[in-house]
Design a protein around this ligand. Structure first.
Ligand code: SF4
Length: 403
């Protein structure tokens, strides 16, 4: 069951337990480079990012933000843009009211708002959020944890009879930092339903513990993400491991998968991974799912792997158009199986499935639609014929009924 939270509205997107878990992402272009940033935001949004964060790190970036939002509006890309502020957020939000106005949310790291003037700078940001009626994310990060709170808690820990480990104290300090900042924000006048919390770390077990404690400490929506998750498989698997455990426990209202792209790599991969995590956990449906058997000694041909790949590619290509043309298509399940042993059974559990011939089996491929055997394909055009059957099925089942 989902952990109960208040709802925080970010632009037109609602975040909280009464709404589906939201996917977000972050650009890696220089924000001052309006053209490249706009292009990347559009790519991330088209891939499925429902919120996009940009860094606002200097005057040039703060000046660029209104231009970026105007261009997105002109191009009819209504994705809420979140500003990520560190060190100088209080100055930028005060000096550039247009930037403060067009952002849909401000992200503040309480460990990075200054040391001596920490509360004053934090308060200035909150006052701007109140003035422009914006929500904030109080995003604590283990790499920039408020040292004053950590030292305080380490000192206290050393005085108790059974001291906690340094790691346990660090987790508690992260939670304390987030909660103190949220209290201060509310004391300044920000609404309880204008605050989202995150506590990012780079270790999976630590992440799970930080969020369990945050979840128990408040009813603010939580933004989940493993920071510095890394590149390639390592980043994907570590993020999935951490986020899946928490989401399964009902913890998490918005997620980001922080992958380091290969040089020149595609930034949208982080969005697809986030969607796949939610879809695999059956929390949301974004795309039709193609399940294929792993293959084994019963099938020596690669026909079924090729068909599964082709069908996946075909669906991916068509989805931007199908999504509007065929509402509900994202729930469709397609099965491509390598032989008759498990093929028919598995195919019957999908909306549409095909069981290809295994080694030594007759060269024919039964097709199942909504659990019933409909047709058996033969010859060397099986792939094309199956694709056509799939398209007919989609039109029939998900096509808008026109009067
Ligand atoms: S469906 Fe057939 S080919 Fe695929 S894993 Fe099972 S037994 Fe092997």
């Amino acid at each position: 069951m989902r952990r109960k939270t208040v709802t925080v509205r970010i632009g037109q997107v609602n975040v909280g337990s009464d709404f589906p878990v939201v996917v977000q992402s972050m650009t890696n272009t220089e924000t001052a480079d309006v053209i490249r940033t706009v292009e990347q935001i559009i790519a991330l949004h088209r891939a499925g990012s429902e919120l996009v964060r940009v860094t606002v790190n200097n005057d040039e970036a703060a000046r660029a933000v209104p231009e970026i939002v105007t261009e997105l509006n002109n191009r009819k890309v209504p994705v809420p843009i979140i500003g990520d502020f560190h060190y100088n957020g209080h100055q930028l939000l005060t000096s550039y009211p247009d930037c403060a106005q067009v952002l849909a949310k401000y992200r503040i790291n309480p460990g990075n708002v200054g040391t001596k003037a920490r509360d004053k700078n934090f308060t200035t940001i909150i006052e701007q959020a109140i003035r422009f009626d914006k929500p904030v994310r109080i995003g604590v990060n283990w790499g920039s944890l408020d040292q004053q709170i950590l030292t305080e808690m380490m000192d206290l820990n050393s005085k108790i009879s059974a001291p906690l480990s340094a790691q346990e104290v660090m987790i508690k300090a992260m939670v304390e930092s987030a909660m103190r900042s949220a209290r201060l924000a509310e004391d300044v006048g920000l609404g309880h339903d204008r605050i989202i919390i995150s506590g990012k770390v780079s270790g999976v077990q630590t992440l799970i513990e930080v969020y369990r404690q945050l979840a128990a400490a408040c009813d603010y929506p939580l933004h989940l993400g493993l920071t510095e998750a890394g590149m390639g498989n390592k980043g994907i698997i570590a993020s999935t491991a951490g986020l899946a455990v928490l989401l399964q426990q009902g913890i998490g209202d918005t997620i980001r998968v922080s992958l380091t792209p290969q040089p020149g790599g595609d930034r949208t991969q982080e969005v697809l991974v986030a969607q796949q995590i939610l879809q695999s956990l059956e929390l949301r449906n974004f795309n039709p799912q193609v399940s294929a058997c792993p293959g084994c000694g019963r099938t020596t041909s690669t026909l079924f792997q090729k068909l599964a790949e082709d069908i996946n590619g075909y669906i991916r290509e068509q989805m931007p158009h199908w999504r509007t043309e065929y509402p509900g298509i994202e729930e469709m399940k397609v099965a491509v199986m390598g032989c008759v042993v498990n093929g028919p059974g598995e195919s019957k559990h999908a909306h549409i499935g095909i069981s290809l011939p295994g080694t030594g089996e007759a060269p024919k491929a039964p097709v199942y639609i909504d659990g019933k055997h409909r047709v058996t394909l033969k010859g060397d055009k099986i792939a094309e014929e199956f694709q056509q059957i799939l398209l007919n099925y989609i039109r029939e089942k998900y096509g808008r009924k026109r009067d």
